[in-house]
Design a protein around this ligand. Structure first.
Ligand code: ING
Length: 311
């Protein structure tokens, strides 16, 4: 019996620094309605889908930094998105900057949530692999201050039983770390949703753009195949804040094959009927962890420093 989930990836074109939340939410609603018209069960938006990718700016005024964060989700400007999704009966994944007060302390995370068709928040993930740097580096063509603006996520890598399958979420740079996929894979994940904001150029040194595209696809296709899971990777794309961001949003099958791909750098919808049982044969044969994986023989003690030494 196939468990088909019709998935829409909602790639976003640029969101400029001064674009209002209301204007962005209008774009998200338009994509949601179009996805619903095309029969989607769930729509996946990018990382930081409500604002420009503000870590590219050397912003020193904390109040200005905080203007890019959401203190509530849903909040006054995003509730309409939740209402429309519930009315249409469509689930969604949304990446945003989360500002939360816990025990009187403010915390800031690069966050993504998963909402089911009934409008319940079934999962929240806070980005663990924060790339870039914490101090402003004037020599860079553009900054990448995620280490300055966000704390490392504290919710781990979780898999949630929802939408008829086992769903997981990663954010952007996480996709480059096989262990992030593997922790989800060890929990039997069947679909990983990943929003990303990835510059086409390396801000620090020359790296051929074709390599950056290749590494994006390689990371998602390898993660899919090696964990026998669907991967839905959705970009915020185009020239945003005078920095070119890659598109190439893709839906990747558990075999590692790309089944849907965006071809523009604008707001663009891609849709695929994803059989959540498509990875079953790989989980039962090639990647049957209990039969073939031998961590006890890896002979490595991975210290917290990330250095390894023979056991
Ligand atoms: N962006 C980029 C990403 O991991 C990056 C940063 C690009 C790091 C290329 C290393 C190489 O896709 C975010 N937001 O993580």
């Amino acid at each position: 019996m196939s468990r088909i989930l019709t998935v829409a990836g909602a790639q976003l074109g640029p969101i400029e620094r001064d674009e209002s939340r209301a204007s962005v939410v209008k774009r998200l609603l338009d994509l949601m309605r179009r996805a619903n018209d095309r029969g989607a069960d769930v729509i996946v938006y990018p990382e930081l889908a409500l604002t420009t990718f503000f870590p590219r700016w050397a912003i020193e005024d904390q109040a200005e930094v905080d203007s890019f964060f959401e203190r509530e989700m849903p909040g006054p400007e995003t509730a309409v998105l939740f209402d429309e999704a519930k009315k249409l009966g469509i689930g969604f994944h949304l990446g945003y900057a989360e500002l939360i007060e816990e025990d009187g302390i403010l915390h800031r995370y690069n966050t993504a949530i998963l909402i089911d068709k009934a409008g319940n928040t079934v999962g929240k993930y806070r980005k663990i692999h924060l790339p870039g740097h914490a101090e402003i580096e004037p020599e860079r063509q553009f900054q990448h201050l995620e280490k300055r603006f966000f704390e490392v996520g504290n919710l781990g890598f979780k898999v949630w039983n929802t939408m008829g399958g086992k769903m997981g979420v990663l954010i952007c740079n996480d996709r480059r770390w096989p262990e992030a996929f593997r922790v989800l894979g060890l929990q039997g994940v069947e679909m990983v949703m990943i929003g990303y904001n990835t510059p086409t150029l390396n801000g620090l040194m020359f790296e051929p753009p074709h390599l950056r595209s290749f590494h994006n696809r390689l990371s998602m296709q390898a993660g899919a195949y090696q964990n026998a899971t669907w991967v839905v990777g959705v970009a915020k794309a185009g020239n945003e804040g005078d920095v070119d961001m890659m598109g190439e949003s893709a839906i990747v099958a558990p075999t590692g094959e790309v089944v849907a791909l965006c071809s523009t750098l604008e707001d663009e919808l891609m849709i695929a009927d994803c059989d959540l049982d498509a990875g079953r044969y790989l989980k039962d044969t090639t990647f049957k962890f209990s039969a073939h994986r031998r961590p006890e023989h890896y002979g490595l003690i991975v210290e917290t420093t990330g250095e390894v030494e023979p056991r």
